[in-house]
Design a protein around this ligand. Structure first.
Ligand code: FAD
Length: 286
């Protein structure tokens, strides 16, 4: 099933994101994770993909296959292109077809000095048009409410996002953010630019201290005072931080749903308890 059709049928599409565990031993635990996640009956589950040369990428397809055939939930496979030639993307395409996978999140991938870049695909929009030309996949794209770090400014970034949509992206999934106002301003800019495909809002519940540190150094998302206050107060109390981080994420989701967001995409960090608690908190809203 093409996920884009779900946005036509439902007020708010609910999705989860998981990543393939690095260790083979941890791969066994993915079943326990999927069991809990799939009971929440999300509209789709997306599985991340290494930026290049990663042997873990076969696991992405293996897990997506499980999600579809064992649990009956629609999977979306992330696919990066910066370090691949067309022939290699053709090989992935074949495997995806063999596994009955119909939904791809087409990504450029982060630049990494340890991974060689190839010349066939420079931007996610190149991969989007390449896959769309093959005809039978639903293709999503990533978007950045607080601007992609390499873009000079939001106008340039939105213009580039429009190119991705014109290349055939059927819907968009956003980078995580903690300030809903940033997302609403982004939605407005998209509307002005003529970007009219559904946009799912990326929400990451921050429930442990190492996540806080990563957020601050890596993702560039604005941290509102309300969020900072909670993190400062509870960062050394694991249980309290877990509750407070979940409550913050739930309040974000409730506000987004009340504001008519097209979809909520939960970055689960493979933690099924987090996903279950969020779903409990919004079960009568979606
Ligand atoms: P692009 O859309 O190509 O954008 C990258 C930069 O190029 C932007 O600054 C943009 O403004 C500019 N640009 C875009 N198109 C053009 C154009 N036509 N002309 C000129 N400039 C242009 N990474 C992984 O490695 N694996 C994953 O599984 C993964 N999953 C992700 C899921 C989501 C929801 C998100 C938001 C990100 C994910 N990423 C993942 C990270 C992503 O690969 C990086 O953010 C990467 O730096 C950009 O990828 P993109 O597809 O958005 O690139």
């Amino acid at each position: 099933m093409h996920i884009a059709d779900t946005y036509n049928k439902k007020d708010t599409v609910l999705s989860f994101e998981i990543f393939p565990p690095k260790k083979d031993s941890a791969l066994k635990n993915i079943d326990a994770t999927l069991e809990v996640l799939c009971k929440e009956n999300p509209d789709f589950i997306s599985v991340t993909f290494g930026a290049g040369g990663s042997s873990n990428n076969n696991k992405t397809i293996e897990i997506a296959n499980k999600i579809k055939n064992q649990y009956g939930i629609e999977p979306m496979v992330h696919l990066t292109c910066l370090s691949y030639e067309k022939s290699e993307i053709d090989d992935f395409y074949k495997v995806l077809k063999e596994n009955n996978i119909e939904n791809i999140l087409a990504l450029r991938g982060d630049r990494n000095p340890n991974v060689e870049e190839k010349n066939d695909f420079k931007h996610a929009s190149d991969l989007t048009s390449y896959i769309k030309a093959k005809g039978d996949f639903c293709v999503a794209g990533a978007c950045y409410p607080e601007v992609h770090p390499e873009a000079d400014n939001s106008i340039v970034d939105i213009r580039n996002l429009k190119k991705k949509v014109d290349a055939g992206a059927d819907f968009l999934v956003s980078q995580l953010f903690f300030n809903n106002d940033e997302f609403y301003r982004f939605q407005e800019k998209c509307a002005i630019a003529g970007i009219d495909v559904p946009i799912s809002a990326g929400i990451m519940p921050v429930t442990n201290k190492s996540q806080i540190e990563r957020m601050v150094t890596m993702c560039g998302a604005t941290l509102p005072d309300r969020f900072k206050k909670i993190m400062e107060k509870y960062q050394d109390n694991q249980e309290a931080l877990f509750d407070a981080g979940l409550a913050y994420a739930i309040s974000q989701v409730i506000d987004l749903i009340a504001s008519g967001v097209d979809g909520i995409h939960l970055y689960t960090m493979n933690n099924p308890v987090v996903a279950r608690r969020i779903c409990d908190g919004i079960k009568n809203l979606i």
